[in-house]
Ligand binder design. Structure first.
Ligand code: MG
Length: 368
């Protein structure tokens, strides 16, 4: 039975602001939950960003919905992780908040069974290639950042792009780092005026082009997929299995970025993997500037065989300082797929308290 749910809003310092077409992240507000059951406990992360720019969810809003609506609907029930989505379905939307609760219950159940998440998901690989996303920045700064990533062993970077920060910048990256795999991500910032430009961007040597147009601009994506040989990756547009089906039937994508949080949890992410693999759609594992907790889940997922495009799997220490969770291990450009029971283990209690800015009352309200 679920005896207690602790909800915390954290503010984890970042090494430097991360800039994408949808906004700038200057400190990582993020919400985590701990669930205590009769069998033990587990932790889950809600990866919603500090602002409602990437999607409608944001950290402070997620804290409220978890505390007031979602956690109370689980308290006192005897539920497994696979029952969370159905139990919370009467609350509309909020997949990232719901994913946190599912992750915590999954962590608790895996720990009780002494199984790792990778084993549970059916992952076979012991290592996955590391990939780093680099935010928008002036070209000099960008080149310096990518230089240090290459020195740290990364073989792939994903550069954020937007109108005005496009072909010339990416061409400079490709020119300077000819050993590096370069992908780009526009976060839907190009429009109908940019079809030629995006076509050119796709043809200069990048290996993947993520969400060039807004999710609703299906006709533009179709035109690009027709003329483009590199994978056109749906990220923001791939919000559900149904959405991916629609895009696939319309020929509006050629690969999918899988983010467990956006889909409502790790279990939905595995279902997306299975579906896309059956349809021969290549996958990439998408990051959300997670803590070490979310990163552990992402690394386990990325070890599934359908993830054939290098994803955003990198240690959280790349952008966070004072992260309470254990981090991923990386050596020689490879991330070790975690094998510990559960997902990421426990946070450092002192660090966790130090970065906690708010704690929820959901458990106490029901008298647990
Ligand atoms: Mg993206």
């Amino acid at each position: 039975m679920i005896r207690h749910i602790e909800i915390r809003q954290l503010e984890v310092p970042v090494r430097e602001p991360f800039v994408a077409a949808h906004g700038t992240t200057t400190s990582r507000e993020i919400v985590v939950v701990r669930i205590d059951t009769d069998d033990g406990h587990g932790w889950g992360e809600c990866s919603a960003l500090p602002d409602p720019t990437y999607s409608a969810e944001f950290a402070a809003g997620a804290f409220l919905i978890l505390d007031e609506e979602l956690a109370p609907r689980l308290l006192g029930y005897d539920l497994g992780p696979e029952q969370v989505t159905a139990r919370l379905s009467m609350v509309a939307g909020n997949p990232m908040a719901k994913a946190a609760l599912e992750m915590a219950l999954l962590d608790a159940s895996l720990r009780a069974d002494d199984r790792s998440l990778a084993e549970f998901l059916g992952a076979e690989a012991s290592h996955v290639p590391a990939g780093a996303a680099v935010g928008l920045a002036p070209l000099d700064t960008l080149l310096t950042r990518v230089e240090s990533l290459a020195e740290a062993g990364y073989r792939r970077v994903k550069a954020k792009v937007m109108p005005g920060h496009d072909v010339a910048v990416v061409a400079a990256l490709l020119d300077r780092f000819d050993q590096l795999e370069v992908q780009v991500d526009a976060n839907g910032s190009f429009g109908s005026a940019h079809l030629e430009l995006v076509g050119e961007l796709a043809s200069i040597g990048i290996t993947a082009l993520e969400q060039p147009f807004a999710a609703r601009q299906l006709d533009l994506a179709v035109k690009l997929v027709e003329r483009c040989r590199v994978p056109v990756v749906a990220d923001e547009a791939a919000e559900s299995l149904d959405a991916v089906d629609r895009l696939r039937l319309a020929n509006a994508l050629s690969a999918v970025s899988v983010k467990p949080a956006r889909l409502g949890g790790v279990l939905a992410a595995r279902a997306m993997h299975d579906k896309c693999r059956n349809a021969d759609l290549p996958l990439t594992a998408g990051g959300m500037l997670e803590t070490g907790l979310g990163r552990h889940a992402l690394a386990a997922l990325a070890a599934l065989p359908g993830f054939t495009i290098t994803g955003d799997v990198s240690p959280a220490a790349r952008w966070l300082t004072d992260d309470p969770w254990p981090d991923l291990d990386m050596a020689g450009g490879l991330i070790t797929v975690p094998t510990r029971p559960g997902i990421a283990g426990d946070p450092d209690p002192a660090r966790l308290d130090a970065v906690t800015v708010k704690q929820g009352q959901a458990g106490r309200r029901r008298g647990n």
